[in-house]
Design a binder for this molecule. Structure first.
Ligand code: BG6
Length: 487
């Protein structure tokens, strides 16, 4: 029997960030504007309607494009990782990270997305980052697309709904995979690929008021991302046979609100709609349940000859996913109270505590998700996002006593370990975000995830100095003991 004792000895303990939430320097080094640069800060009182929070319109884009400063657009300034990455990587090394997940900011390499030659200054920046990681014995895990689509592709190609975007993405992937072929081994194509359906602008660069039928456009965009992903996987294997390519899903595990068969059926449908993405990227074909769903929703996805063969032939090596919370399904959801969640709101589960932002905390759900995905696919899994967004207080002595974060990680890592002992093949775990960064959904700084505190407020004010939180020492111990010491 394997792994009954816990994590394998080469388990990849790590941390994660995304370029658009950390780098800042939104217009430095020849970088073009991305979808993330369009999202302004506004004082959100309603943390339930996340879709609303991340939503942009033609009008808000026009305003953002004309706004030539980072002020009021927190993702444009991030935490200045662009200039401080050496200092940050030194802290990651001290923490003991074996792997660091980051994304390449697509418009840093191809400012307009459709440029024929890459921006050398952008390429050089990631050379330096990867070299610094290697110097510190940290393996990079690179996401090619983490909500950072060049705005030119949004405005002039219809985002991912435009077929030509596939070629532009493949050229970008080809460029960076060739450039970094000796520096990066692990690649993810699209972060939380299901975001394209849930929040079409963030995931697919689709401006909903510019299309007749947003659902149709979203599934078309998703199909193009599947095809792009397969083409990139094929290419990756030609560039370096040692590469490992993963897909990435926001795993939204649904529980039934009651044991009524109608609710159980609805739960199954909701779980299938989530697993559609991994079904395609792992099994290599659209699952049979989609045909009826599309027909009933007036969706007709155009596929070119050869697309389905590509999907079949170039499937991924491993499955990565984010896990923050479980969701609840009911056939009559309006009968229940709702709460916030990862990317969208959900029915309130009375059995679970919630964060200040309404996200329900469910460590056991992580074990359920791991077991269920391994049962379904029997491919190595990688948890590439999991973490607690919380408000931290700096004490007068400068310390940050984030015991709530330690509790959160302890419980999730414990459940992950149980899943490994249940037989799940788990490659690694990268906590989100290992250092405080700008929140994806609310653009706040005060919703903090890190083991490392960054002195900056919601309006970009602060020294940007980095401090170790209490959880830093705790995670350091977890890594050093390979997950044995969780006290
Ligand atoms: C995931 C995203 O959905 O959740 C991250 O991939 C994001 O980019 C994370 O930061 C946490 O969400 P938020 O909105 O709290 O930052």
């Amino acid at each position: 029997m394997q792994n009954v004792q816990g994590f394998s000895k080469d388990f990849l303990w790590g941390g994660a960030i995304a370029a658009n939430q950390a780098e800042g320097a939104y217009d430095a080094g020849g970088k073009g504007l991305s979808t993330a640069d369009m999202v302004p800060y506004f004082d959100k009182k309603d943390y339930v309607n996340l879709k609303e929070l991340m939503h942009v319109t033609s009008d808000s884009i026009q305003k953002a494009m004309a706004h030539r400063s980072a002020e009021g657009y927190p993702k444009r300034y991030g935490i200045d990782f662009y200039h401080r990455f050496k200092e940050d990587i030194a802290l990651f090394a001290e923490l003991g990270l074996k792997v660091f997940r980051l994304s390449i900011n697509w418009p840093r390499i191809f400012p307009n997305g459709d440029d024929l030659t890459p921006n050398e200054e952008g390429l050089r920046f990631y050379d330096e980052v990867f070299d610094e990681l290697r110097k510190n014995n940290i393996e990079p895990l690179v996401t090619l697309s983490h909500y950072e689509m060049p705005m030119n592709l949004v405005l002039n190609y219809g985002g991912w709904a435009g077929r030509e975007v596939i070629d532009h993405f493949v050229r970008y992937a080809d460029t960076v995979m060739n450039r970094y072929k000796d520096k990066v081994k692990y690649w993810l194509t699209f972060n939380e690929i299901n975001t394209t359906i849930i929040e079409p602008f963030t995931g697919g660069g689709i401006v909903e008021d510019r299309v007749e039928n947003p659902m149709q456009a979203s599934y078309q965009a998703l199909h193009h991302q599947f095809v792009a992903s397969s083409r990139v996987t094929k290419l990756a294997r030609e560039i370096n046979s040692e590469f490992k390519i993963g897909c990435m899903l926001a795993r939204m595990i649904h529980y039934p609100a009651t044991s009524k068969p109608e609710d159980v059926l609805q739960t199954q449908i909701d779980n299938q709609l989530n697993l559609l993405h991994t079904d395609v990227q792992v099994r290599g074909s659209y699952p049979p349940y989609m045909a009826r769903y599309w027909a009933e929703h007036g969706v007709s996805v155009h596929m070119e000859p050869g697309d389905l063969d590509l999907l079949k032939q170039h499937t991924v090596d491993f499955i990565s996913f984010s896990y923050y919370t479980s969701l609840v399904s009911a056939v009559n959801p309006e009968e229940y109270g709702v709460t916030g969640g990862n990317l969208y709101s959900t029915i309130r589960n009375p059995n679970l505590p919630r964060t200040e932002w309404g996200w329900q905390l469910d460590p056991i759900g992580l074990r359920v998700a791991l077991k269920e995905m391994y049962d379904r696919y029997q491919l190595p899994l990688f948890v590439v996002e999991n973490g607690l967004g919380a408000r931290d207080t700096v004490e007068p002595d400068g310390s940050i006593q984030d015991d709530y974060r330690i509790d959160y990680f302890r419980q999730h890592i414990q459940q992950m370990k149980e899943a490994v002992m249940d037989g799940v093949d788990l490659m690694g775990y990268t906590s989100w975000g290992v250092i405080d960064i700008i929140s994806a959904s609310t653009s706040e700084m005060s919703k903090r995830y890190g083991f490392i505190y960054v002195d900056q407020d919601d309006h970009g004010k602060g020294t940007l100095d980095r401090y170790k939180k209490k959880s830093f020492g705790w995670y350091q111990k977890v890594i050093a003991s390979n997950g044995e010491d969780l006290d």
